[in-house]
Design a protein. Structure first.
Length: 272
């Protein structure tokens, strides 16, 4: 049996551009892994069995693709232990799929090389390849084209899932973006993001990153009022994050913000 953590991510910035020919949108996003994790167990089995999270679709799809690429039957038993809130903009499903892919690949007589595994991951979902990489990454194209970023990792992340929040489908979020002509000025906004990333030398420099193009929330102001030097929605939401240099400050903010919803504190993480 193989086991591994499947960490969450936050989008420390997300700039969105026009719709592509494939129906997806151009994006530029700073992806940061955090130590808020699901846990994945995998073992060989007579057929493909997923336990622990009945709503899973991505792990099953990923392993079926892996088996097809390797020319074998999908014969794994997977157990998913969920901690990352579901459909919150934190990439839990994508992380689970990437972790299961990596572990299942290790069981093969002829494992796929990493580039083949990354291509397969990109076919499962745009966020999945990130969870096969190490360190913070700049996601471009549809988000699956990755470039390692040299960013500080000595900060703490507060995650807030507001009470009563309902995940709006990603398709609807992008449709609303298109309806308000959100892609206008894409090249200038993308350049501003890249320039801000290039100037980051210490955690507090993250405050200069542009706000999320897809989603916003007035609760980001509450998180900043609680001491965060940056706060925003992650991905398409509804979860928000706040950044802190000290864990004690993040824990204090978590206690003060519990009236607004479920909250977690986790350090930035280089790898799962």
């Amino acid at each position: 049996m193989k086991r591994a953590p499947a960490p969450a991510k936050v989008n420390l910035a997300l700039v969105v551009g026009p719709r592509r020919d494939d129906g997806k949108h151009e994006v530029a996003t700073v992806l940061q892994r955090i130590d808020l994790v699901d846990r994945i167990e995998i073992d060989e089995a007579p057929d493909l069995r997923i336990a622990g999270f009945p709503e899973d679709t991505l792990v099953r799809a990923a392993l079926e693709r892996l088996a097809g690429a390797a020319g074998v039957e999908p014969r794994w038993r997977v157990r998913i232990e969920k901690t990352i809130p579901v459909a919150a903009g934190l990439g839990g499903g994508s992380s689970d799929a990437a972790t299961a892919l990596r572990l299942a690949n290790e069981t093969l007589a002829q494992p796929l090389q990493i580039e083949g595994l990354r291509r397969l991951a990109a076919a499962v979902g745009a966020d999945v390849p990130f969870f096969l990489a190490q360190g913070p990454q700049l996601g471009s194209g549809d988000g699956s084209e990755l470039e390692l970023l040299d960013l500080p990792q000595d900060f703490w992340v507060l995650v807030l899932l507001p009470t009563g929040s309902v995940k709006t489908s990603t398709a609807d979020v992008y449709a609303a973006f298109d309806a308000r002509d959100g892609a206008a000025g894409w090249e200038q906004r993308r350049r501003a993001l890249l320039d801000a990333v290039a100037r980051i030398k210490r955690p507090r420099d993250f405050a200069a990153l542009p706000p999320n193009d897809l989603a916003s929330s007035p609760l980001a102001g509450d998180i900043r009022a609680a001491g965060a030097f940056r706060a925003d929605v992650s991905g398409a939401g509804p979860a928000l994050y706040g950044l802190f240099t000290q864990r004690a400050d993040a824990d204090r903010a978590r206690r003060s913000l519990r009236r607004l919803g479920r909250a977690w504190v986790a350090p930035a993480a280089w790898y799962g």
